[in-house]
Design a protein around this ligand. Structure first.
Ligand code: DQA
Length: 150
């Protein structure tokens, strides 16, 4: 298989490793970037791995992915729970989307139980820490393989 998977990370994920390690673990975002690159490569894919603290930048990247990527893996972080703009961009891009969270959002505060992103996602992976990105890339490879053979 060939193609690019846009792996998007929202606000504060640049602080991974230092930020609330009991919840998010000690793995840095750079470590997750490396894990994602290796996992994508295993499937013959390329991970275009990005992080932004700004909602509008994430929206612009999702819009641009329409012409350049085969799928989107997204951890929208806090915007998961607030952003209709990110949901609308994901719905508009027409690409398969997989939602990831490091923590199990359903075990946490109630305001984290609702996700706007989920309405655009083929599936959600949460609670497995950094491994969730690898699981999401495996699932994305499977979705793309199925789409190719149908
Ligand atoms: C998160 C969960 C969100 O609720 C939180 O705002 C984050 C990270 C996660 O990966 O567990 O910033 O998306």
């Amino acid at each position: 298989m060939s193609g690019v998977i846009l792996v998007l990370n929202g606000p504060n994920l640049n602080l991974l490793g230092q930020r609330e390690p009991d919840i998010y673990g000690r793995t840095s975002l750079d470590d997750i970037r490396a894990l994602s690159a290796a996992r994508a490569k295993l499937h013959g894919l390329e991970a275009d791995f990005r992080q932004s603290n700004e909602e509008g930048e994430l929206v612009s990247w999702i819009q641009a992915a329409r012409g350049s990527a085969q799928g989107i893996v997204i951890n929208a972080a806090a915007y998961t729970h607030t952003s209709v703009a990110i949901l609308d961009a994901l719905l508009a891009c027409g690409l398969p989307v997989i939602e990831v969270h490091l923590s199990n959002i359903y075990k946490r505060e109630e305001f984290r139980h609702h996700s706007f992103v989920s309405r655009a996602a083929a599936g959600v992976i949460c609670g497995f820490g950094a491994q969730g990105y690898e699981l999401a890339l495996d699932a994305m490879a499977h979705i793309l393989k199925q789409a190719k053979s149908s």
